[in-house]
Design a protein around this ligand. Structure first.
Ligand code: ZN
Length: 219
């Protein structure tokens, strides 16, 4: 993001990303620095339908459509793309670091959404990828969970994590912080801290991080 035309202030960023075409261009450049690539088949022969802001893959065996969000970490998010991109701008440009409180306040999203967005953006910048795990082949993804911190039995009742772990074991004997790791065969790894290990939380985690059709390997 060293383009001289990019916004210099938060207000300018908010205005810049209010234009849906600017959002598409920005994500496309960030996601596909070597040119637009079909997320279904990794094909490069694509045709843009500007009225709908989607591409159609021209590969004979594919012919699928996709948007800048397809199979990316922005997919399935209730937060609109322009707010995501202003948040990306904030993380990249605020040299002294940005808090989820600031994102929540400036973008008018809930504290929970802001926390998640911040976490997701930092991971993407660190890993250099905005793709969900699983890749174009929808390859297998291993998931496991680690428990960090004190024992659950020492926690206040209201703070105890609920539900069962990925493996189906109850979390009652486990610890305070639950870290779910997701590892792809080609070595890409992602880790997220979750507050509870309920089915809903796990389902949402998988949906956000892993491409549909991927085989999930759990213990
Ligand atoms: Zn394709």
């Amino acid at each position: 993001m060293d383009n001289a035309n990019l916004p210099k202030t938060l207000l300018a960023a908010t205005r810049y990303f209010a234009d849906p075409d600017a959002c598409v261009d920005f994500v496309a450049a960030m996601r596909w620095p070597d040119g637009i690539t079909c997320p279904h088949c990794a094909g490069k022969r694509v045709s843009y339908l500007s009225s709908r802001r989607i591409w159609k893959c021209m590969a004979k065996t594919c012919h699928k459509q996709f948007s800048v969000k397809t199979f990316s970490v922005f997919e399935d998010s209730p937060v609109p793309l322009d707010k995501w991109l202003v948040a990306v701008w904030m993380v990249v440009n605020c040299k002294n670091g940005i808090s989820s409180y600031e994102i929540s306040r400036d973008l008018k999203v809930t504290q929970k959404s802001a926390w998640f967005m911040l976490h997701r953006i930092r991971l993407a910048l660190r890993d250099g990828t905005w793709e969900k795990l699983g890749g174009t082949e929808g390859g297998p993804v291993e998931m496991d969970e680690t428990y960090v911190g004190g024992k659950v039995k020492n926690m206040h009742k209201s703070k105890k994590p609920k539900g069962t772990g990925i493996s189906g074991k109850p979390v009652s004997a486990m610890a305070k912080t639950i870290v779910v790791g997701m590892l792809e065969r080609n070595g890409r790894v992602r880790a997220e801290v979750v507050r509870e290990r309920t089915k809903e939380v796990l389902h949402e985690l998988v949906e956000r991080n892993i491409q549909p059709g991927s085989t999930l390997l759990t213990d």
